[in-house]
Design a protein around this ligand. Structure first.
Ligand SMILES: [Zn+2]
Length: 147
């Protein structure tokens, strides 16, 4: 299940990535047109009513990201896979690569290096992720979404 979020839903795209979904973000209409012509099966999430695209479209009503997630909770629940949750770069929407701890030693705070065993790297922006580096309360969010 893949999504594309329009310009007003950047925050929602990030949350969907945290949950493990491929959620592309289109900052303008040209980007959106481009994305959907490459990949017409992506589910378009938009706050605009009425869409000129033939892709499956969900009209999001709330301005608050937690309520937006609630609006698509059914889909999230259906597509969620615990193995891919927290496995995607929140900024780039690409899958993270496992890296050896030693490789990231100079790039993470010392206490983090000593506290955690597993590190992952975004191949695109080179940001390092570890258990606990994702937004606080993600575990709670996941539980809530699956309830
Ligand atoms: Zn990245």
């Amino acid at each position: 299940m893949k999504f594309v979020c329009d310009a007003m839903l950047g925050k929602l795209a990030k949350y969907l990535r945290l949950l493990g979904f491929d959620a592309s973000y289109a900052r303008n209409k040209a980007a959106l047109t481009d994305r959907l012509s490459q990949d017409p099966d992506r589910i378009l999430l938009t706050r605009r009513s009425g869409s000129e695209f033939s892709s499956p479209t969900i009209h999001i009503r709330s301005e608050l990201v937690r309520e937006q997630l609630d609006e698509i909770k059914g889909l999230i629940k259906a597509g969620f896979n615990k193995d891919t949750a927290l496995s995607r770069c929140v900024e780039c929407n690409v899958s993270l690569a496992e890296v050896d701890k030693e490789e990231v030693e100079s790039r993470v705070p010392e206490f983090v290096y000593h506290t955690y065993a597993r590190f992952r790297l975004c191949p695109s922006c080179k940001r390092v992720y570890w258990e606990g580096s994702h937004a606080k309360g993600m575990g709670e969010l996941i539980k809530e979404m699956l309830r």
